[in-house]
Write a protein that binds this ligand. Sequence first.
Ligand code: GDP
Length: 483
Amino acid sequence: IVNGSNDSQKPRDKLLGGLLTADFDEDSCLSRYQSSLYRKPSPYKPSEYLVSKLRSYEKLHKRCGPGTNAYKEATKNLGHDGQNYANKSVGECRYIVWVAVYGLGNRILTLASVFLYALLTERVVLVDQRKDISDLFCEPFPATSWLLPLDFPLMGQIDSYNKEYSRCYGTMLKNQTINVTSVPRHLYLHILHDSRDEDKMFFCQKDQTLIDQVPWLIVKANVYFIPSLWFNPTFQTELIKIFPQKETVFYHLARYLFHPTNQVWGMVTRSYDAYLSRADETLGIQVRVFSRRAGYFQHVMNQIVACTQREKLLPELTTQGSQVTTNTTKIPNLKAVLVTSLYPEYSDNLKKMYWERPTSTGDIVQVYQPSGERFQQTDKKLHDQKALAEMYLLSLTDKIVTSARSTFGYVAHSLGGLKPWLLYQPTRGKTPNPPCARAISMEPCFLTPPTHGCEAKKRIGSAKIVPFVRHCEDLWHDGLKLF
Ligand code: GDP
């Protein structure tokens, strides 16, 4: 058995090349050490430097995390108004708070981004737990917690933070209300699709000299901003050491951080064992429809068929009535197709196609879609758990087709270490031609990057600043991704 959950099989490389610590109790989070049973051996090993950074981060988090004296000191008087400057003693630890906004794919990409920024700047990441994060993921750091305590002094204000907020970094920069002599104790970073360059460029060297002195950063983000961190030369030197293989950034970070809870893992393994484990080959197809009136569209269905047949991901069908000659020596291949979508019609149609007519190769095609939730219901526990289970299942397939611009799809293929075939976004209700393209790397796309690099030479587009970022295949001359 190559993969599969055969109990007699010892977990291979259960610590993922040293990425994971052995310090956790296995039963409380089965996915952490069992995931290797469901995957082929990884061709991508984490660098020793990444492993050592993670072990030092775990120590830092334990020293500064909730319940410690350092945390108490850092939060003392934080909520009080007045001259709340950082020049007073605030303890030895600095923090970055991740606030849960937008869909689950967005959340996973931004949490990974915030974590990498924290690794680079020696901050402690704490996550807003008021949404269902603890129903989705296990604790990633041993003997401490990544959950921001509910009595965090700024908790009552966080939801109202936006670009207009007086402690929003981009706004302060625009209004020139921030300088080294008046460093606030907390700053809000607005890293959303509607951010200004002032917000997006917080990581540049000149910004960092100031931001580094701020004990508390609160972040709302919905974009994967990791590709832009390479614009800062100090970070770049470090990043090259941490990730010698540049397209593996999200892949390693996600396998380190995101371990589905036992409830979600049960959904993953039950689907896997029932529908994927016995197949000779598996194909994932993620269908996300972004048009205003979303649902089932014939042109999207046609696009899925055109892409999978053109790229030889699925066999063609023979004309009605024709019979494939039975070759007794050839055992037919079983191809399992895992479809995920809010709409069940795409997989229903695919299933019908392969039932009504034989394949030209004689191969057998089995189609399975775990859920069809119809509409997005973010923050509903079971809905989000299904979404996570499906992203994870997609990441276990051999090959994958995903939808342009979808962070749900980005998480699925990057976590799986897969270069996807990207279905272009249809315009004016037409099937795009070509229907899809193979991605150059498995990294997620930063959909709304800054327009230029840190040195403000605005004529140099952001895709030309460092040699290992490019525009994304699924956006026309836009977006940024590592390869
Ligand atoms: P994006 O909008 O495609 O970038 O992905 P997000 O994950 O950020 O937001 C979409 C949300 O819609 C998901 O988190 C789910 O709640 C829901 N959703 C979209 N597609 C699917 C799907 O294929 N399966 C499930 N279970 N939920 C989906």
